[in-house]
Design a protein around this ligand. Structure first.
Ligand SMILES: [Zn+2]
Length: 374
């Protein structure tokens, strides 16, 4: 199998831009919109391919990548796969497309999850910033573990140290608390992990406008947002919003895909400021009577055993420490970067094969269930 994972943000964007000609063969009014994150910075952009239906649009299919920068490499590969294997089955007369390359281009270019201001964009889609204080007590109590000070001193010893701490928390039955403290998002520590910011980021603003436009463009919205990281290795999880009314077990039957979870503490984890939740809330306000389905594909990288989850936490802590405080040597910095990349874009060829087959199966199941393909 030929790898579709691009070598760089620039190569990925170039390939995406050049796909316009291919899409335009069936959607002749296709156009590419380029949104600069900051005025004058032409090397960082959110690229949006709009392909309006050739007749009266019945459906709008949205596919988005790279909300978490570094996850955009696999996102780009799966987008390319969808263009060649999934989109040809759609009816251009009835279906419009909106394809987004790199919601977080700075993060993709610099291989980070967050943007230049260290904001996790998937904690930044809050509905309003004046609805009181957002306090995450769990994060506060574990702050010194999540944000150790000083340059990264080692890899192996540092990993063992964190593993020891986490195993004792697990033995005390506190794994769930730890997960929720970390992944729910926090709004106080700008240099911390899963920081949601204090205002909408430029990238979030672009997406908010785009979501509004897409909800109005057709009477039925289907949105797939591509992520990597959590869940069992070699298996992609379809992660639904807790605001979707249909239970995960029913979705598994409907789309003929075995690994569907919802963002509840029991099945996955709950978070603030999630983009898919934002789409559900916006839909309930602006177009509540039309059908919609928005979800994430989450490609598991390190795995979901306790040790794999600890490793994934270590990668997040170590990468953030490197970004905030540097490392005592360039070798240690390189090793942290390599392990971090493996946590979001595994280099093993068979991993990508699984990712492709899972993605194709779920795409087909969803588009069939939603009436976009027969
Ligand atoms: Zn993600």
């Amino acid at each position: 199998m030929r790898s579709l994972i691009p070598q760089s943000y620039e190569a990925s964007r170039e390939r995406f831009r050049s796909s316009l000609a291919r899409i335009a063969l069936r959607w002749p009014s296709s156009r590419m919109e380029v949104h600069l994150i900051r005025e004058g910075e032409r090397d960082l952009s959110i690229d949006v391919l709009h392909a309006p239906a050739t007749g009266q649009a019945q459906h709008m299919l949205v596919v988005t990548t790279g909300e978490h920068g570094i996850e955009g490499f696999v996102g780009s590969a799966v987008m390319e796969l969808a263009m060649s294997e999934v989109l040809p089955a759609l009816d251009p007369e009835a279906t419009s497309l909106c394809l987004v390359h790199a919601i977080n281009p700075w993060g993709m270019k610099h291989e980070q999850r967050t943007n230049a201001a260290n904001v996790d964009l998937n904690r930044n889609f809050v509905m309003s910033w004046d609805s009181g204080e957002r306090v995450n007590d769990g994060y506060r109590s574990l702050r010194s573990t999540f944000q150790p000070q000083g340059p990264m001193p080692s890899v192996r010893w540092n990993r063992l140290l964190l593993t020891g701490k986490m195993m004792s928390l697990a033995a005390a039955g506190k794994s769930g608390m730890l997960r929720q403290a970390l992944l729910a998002g926090q709004y106080e520590e700008q240099a911390g992990l899963y920081y949601g910011g204090t205002e909408w980021q430029p990238e979030t603003q672009v997406m908010r406008h785009l979501v509004d436009d897409c909800l109005k463009a057709a009477p039925h919205l289907v949105h797939v947002d591509l992520h990597t990281g959590y869940g069992p290795r070699n298996r992609m999880s379809v992660v639904n919003s807790e605001l979707d009314p249909v239970p995960s077990t029913q979705w598994m039957k409907r789309i003929d895909y075995q690994n569907v979870v919802a963002t509840t503490p029991l099945e996955f984890y709950r978070m603030e400021g999630d983009m898919i939740d934002y789409i559900y809330r916006k839909h309930a306000i602006s177009t509540p009577t039309t059908p919609m389905y928005a979800t994430c594909f989450e490609f598991g990288c390190l795995g979901d055993s306790l040790l794999a989850q600890i490793d994934s936490l270590w990668c997040a802590v170590a990468n953030n420490r490197l970004r905030q405080h540097g490392a005592v040597s360039e070798d240690i910095a390189d090793e942290v970067r390599r392990l971090w990349r493996e946590a979001y874009c595994p280099s093993e060829p068979s991993w990508e094969e699984h990712a492709h087959s899972n993605a194709l199966r779920a795409f087909r199941g969803i588009l069939h269930d939603q009436g976009l393909i027969s």
